[in-house]
Write a protein that binds this ligand. Sequence first.
Ligand code: FMN
Length: 184
Amino acid sequence: MNQFPIAVVVGSLRKESFNRKLADAIVKLAPSEFSFKQVNIGDLPLYNQDDDSNAADTVKRMKAEIGAARGLLFVTAEYNRSIPGVLKNAIDHGSRPYGQNVWAGKPAGVIGVSTGPIGTAMAQQHLRNVLAYLDVPTMGQPEGFIQAKEGLFDAAGEIGPDRRKFLQGWVGHYAAWVKRHGSA
Ligand SMILES: Cc1cc2nc3c(=O)[nH]c(=O)nc-3n(C[C@H](O)[C@H](O)[C@H](O)COP(=O)(O)O)c2cc1C
């Protein structure tokens, strides 16, 4: 089926990242014509404009993976009320060289989980600002501000009962958003 390959970008490198777990759980709630690939952003060098004409292999790989996707899913941690540097670094890489912005036009969803009560709201707002500039149509509603609490994930790594209905609904809206805005 695989009509809608989605590139998943997780804004955390932590081994036990809640955001990676959330991304894995979201994948399990998606319709069958969607497939998801987590893009590795932990092996990218720090962005340096001097390297625009001589990109590292890891940068080329990331850009190829984004280029092949029909949609984007950002699942991000919040660091100091913004997006983690590692995520901004990946976004900057994908946006250059000038005129070769690989993110442009790809419909996106933004969601995240944090230990704080605002559930990455500030990070997501900053991310939306960046994505707007990069011409990424980003789903506005429903917003997904998730707080990491006991029982968020069950033993199998699936979303626990408290947030399951909400996330199933969120994924449904996301799938519809990608179908509406993701050109073939
Ligand atoms: C450098 C740093 C800054 C943080 N800043 C925030 C913050 O602004 N808001 C918040 O809710 N949590 C903040 N946290 C806590 C994170 O929500 C928590 O570490 C969370 O587990 C990160 O996501 P992850 O599990 O996917 O790595 C911060 C954590 C770190 C390491």
